[in-house]
Design a protein around this ligand. Structure first.
Ligand code: NDP
Length: 239
């Protein structure tokens, strides 16, 4: 029987690779995002079901369950990003507060709201997988704090879902090339440093992350919960 799998922010990058991975194996995949364009493209390409939704907005999420199947087997909280690379350099306190909160909303609050919103649909034997980041261990400003918070919150979530036979884990990527995450904000020097900091000497790919998500969402991982799985090519954790 195919499983029902919800992937937030699934129109591009890592989420898209995760969606394709499951869809190619016959699972019923639902992807969300704010921009209809990438979602439609993926829906046409991979036969997934696409929904426009902003996961930081409770008002938008309230309507989500009505669009979902009664039973949800896997939730992948992937939507997120670094909403302002200079957040910690702001001198104006109001801007600093706005940018700091935007990072927490994008990566931590969005995952908590989404999980809360679909909690009643999560089926026994199911899995929740969040996409964290190596930034959580690097002291990487508001973004790193939001991903560290996600891992901390997940420990509580795992404790709550465990008795229902549902696991909750974090996949924590290092530098992943070929996504919109860094857009044009990564200098050549910084890219070279990110690659040089790995043991494997290469950036990760969205497919590397999809494989790890698929494992944690599989029955083979049923005794793994409340954990962070680092998928970073052995990258060292200093900036
Ligand atoms: P992308 O920018 O390609 O993917 C992020 C996706 O999330 C987009 O499709 C975006 O679509 C969607 N999204 C963002 N905010 C929201 C929101 N509020 N509601 C709904 N959808 C949203 O980058 P990645 O694939 O690289 O990023 C995926 C995850 O991986 C993120 O959580 C990121 O923090 C994490 N990560 C990435 C790393 C990398 O090196 N690339 C390293 C470590 C972690 P739209 O704008 O249309 O909403």
């Amino acid at each position: 029987m195919s499983r029902n799998i919800l992937i937030t922010g699934g129109g591009t990058g890592i989420g898209r690779a995760v969606a394709r991975h499951f869809a190619e194996r016959g699972e019923h995949v639902i992807v969300t995002g704010r921009r209809p364009g990438p979602l439609k493209e993926l829906a046409d390409e991979a036969g997934v079901h696409a929904l426009v939704c902003d996961h930081t907005e409770p008002e938008a999420l309230v309507g989500l369950p009505a669009e979902l199947p009664d039973r949800l087997d896997v939730l992948v909280n992937n939507a997120g990003g670094n909403t302002d690379f200079d957040a910690d350099g702001k001198s104006d306190l109001a801007s600093y507060a706005r940018d700091f909160r935007a990072n927490l909303d994008a990566n931590l609050v969005s995952a908590a709201l989404t999980t809360q919103c679909v909690d009643g649909r999560l089926a026994s034997g199911g899995a929740v997988v969040h996409i964290g980041s190596i930034a959580a261990d690097q002291g990487a400003g508001a973004y790193g704090a939001s991903k560290a918070g996600l891992a901390a919150w997940n420990v509580d979530l795992a404790g709550r879902l465990g008795p229902r036979g549902i696991t909750a884990n974090v996949v924590s990527p290092g530098y992943i090339a070929d996504t919109e995450f860094f857009r044009d904000q990564l200098t050549d020097e910084r890219r070279e440093w990110l690659i040089a900091s790995t043991a494997t000497g290469r950036p990760g790919s969205p497919t590397d992350i999809a494989e790890a998500v698929a494992f944690l969402a599989s029955p083979a991982a049923r005794h793994i919960t409340g954990q962070v799985l680092n998928v970073n090519g052995g990258a060292h954790k200093t900036r």
